[in-house]
Design a protein around this ligand. Structure first.
Ligand code: OGA
Ligand code: NI
Length: 378
């Protein structure tokens, strides 16, 4: 697979489209029925009298992903510490997604990070277009993921930047406006990298590995990759027909997501259902990416997720991806490969791995599953 130089079609800025006041969603955003946000069914009697009626068959309103209080992770009380680690372990095995509170990142910094990005997306279009990205690196202001001509697009714009390794960090490529953005994001990145390190340590211990196993597999503190994708989901006149972000699993190691404080939208797949995450104030949402699925030999699995949009509120989210150094081979940890459980995945670098989503766009868990089948046939 080759990286593409240019987008296959003229780019549509979704925010500009939404702000133009249109009342219907253009065809290129209309998802096939099976992918639309609400699984609807017709009750036969009602169908006769009122063919328009849609009954939502999913009723998961009272389910949420686990919320874990991190305050005891470093306390002296061994029992409390172990209890917290066990809760993380269960969340990783059973959900692949959880929220953390008392994580050590200042709430004010979280608020500022969100607000500087809201400020960027509300700059005039000419200001944003200076950062227009291409599919070669994806860095900058973008509106699609994947280069398939004629693809059904998602209802969102984004900004993508590199934070680590520092050789790839180029603040000149980050927005100059609002004026505080570069400093706020540098500080935010530093704090999130520290938080990510703490969580990787917990995951390593929980997997029965040395506490620095995952960080080392990622290339160690100075070499690991970290990038930020800021998503902007504009209001949508027909939210039932489209998605803010199509179903995917994150290709990298682990994601630390700062969701919007006021608007929900993220949905996590659980069997055949989609659970809408209810963000807890001042929490981060953590999820396992494909690289940890591979390293853990599927003890932990990356979970499909997607984003729905709505007609009354824009939504901003900051997805910080904590990734392996891109030229290292990633493969199942030797300690987790046994006769009963042979290595499920063949080795691959993250550089090679992420070409898939960058070319084909979000497509559920197709990629990590294709690695398994390659391994079976070997
Ligand atoms: C992502 C993602 C979720 C959200 O950027 O990969 O899944 O809530 N974002 O924006
Ligand atoms: Ni994601």
């Amino acid at each position: 697979m080759m990286a593409c130089q240019e987008w296959p079609e003229p780019v549509i800025r979704v925010q500009a489209l939404a702000e133009s006041g249109l009342t219907t969603v253009p065809e290129c955003f209309i998802k096939p029925r099976s992918q639309r946000p609400i699984n609807t069914t017709l009750v036969p009697n009602q169908a006769k009298s009122c063919p328009q009626i849609n009954i939502n068959i999913n009723n998961n309103d009272n389910i949420n992903i686990p919320v874990i209080d991190m305050k005891h992770v470093y306390c002296d009380d061994k029992r409390l510490r172990e209890e917290t680690l066990e809760r993380v372990s269960e969340a990783c095995r059973e959900w692949g997604f959880f929220q953390v509170v008392n994580h050590g990142v200042e709430h004010e910094l979280m608020r500022e990070a969100r607000e500087v990005w809201r400020g960027f997306f509300h700059q005039p279009i000419q200001v944003k277009e200076k950062y227009a990205n291409s599919p070669l690196t994806y860095e900058g202001y973008g509106s699609r993921l994947g280069v398939k001509k004629g693809a059904i697009l998602d209802w969102s714009d984004y900004f993508f930047l590199h934070y680590l390794p520092s050789s790839l960090r180029d603040q000149a490529k980050w927005p100059a406006l609002p004026t505080s953005l570069r400093n706020v994001i540098a500080e935010y990145g530093e704090e999130i990298v520290k938080l990510g390190g703490r969580i990787l340590e917990i995951m390593s211990i929980n997997l029965g590995l040395r506490e620095d196993f995952l960080l080392n597999a990622f290339g160690g503190e100075s070499d690991l990759g970290a990038c930020l994708r800021v998503n902007f989901y504009p209001k949508c006149p027909q939210p039932d027909l489209t998605l803010g972000l199509s179903s995917h699993s994150d290709p990298g190691g682990m994601t630390i997501l700062l969701p919007d404080e006021n608007v929900s939208g993220l949905q996590v797949r659980r069997g055949e259902d989609w659970i809408t995450v209810k963000p807890v104030p001042n929490a981060f949402i953590i999820n396992i990416g494909d690289q940890i699925q591979v390293l853990s030999n599927a003890v932990y699995k990356s979970i499909e997720h997607r984003v729905i949009v709505n007609s009354d509120k824009d939504r901003v989210s900051l997805a910080f991806f904590y990734n392996p150094r891109s030229d290292l081979l990633i493969q199942p940890a030797k300690e987790l490969v046994t006769e009963d459980k042979p290595a499920l995945y063949s080795p691959m670098t993250f550089d090679e791995y992420r070409l898939f989503i960058r070319t084909k766009g979000p497509s559920g868990k197709a990629q990590v599953e294709s690695l398994t089948s390659k391994c079976d046939s070997n």
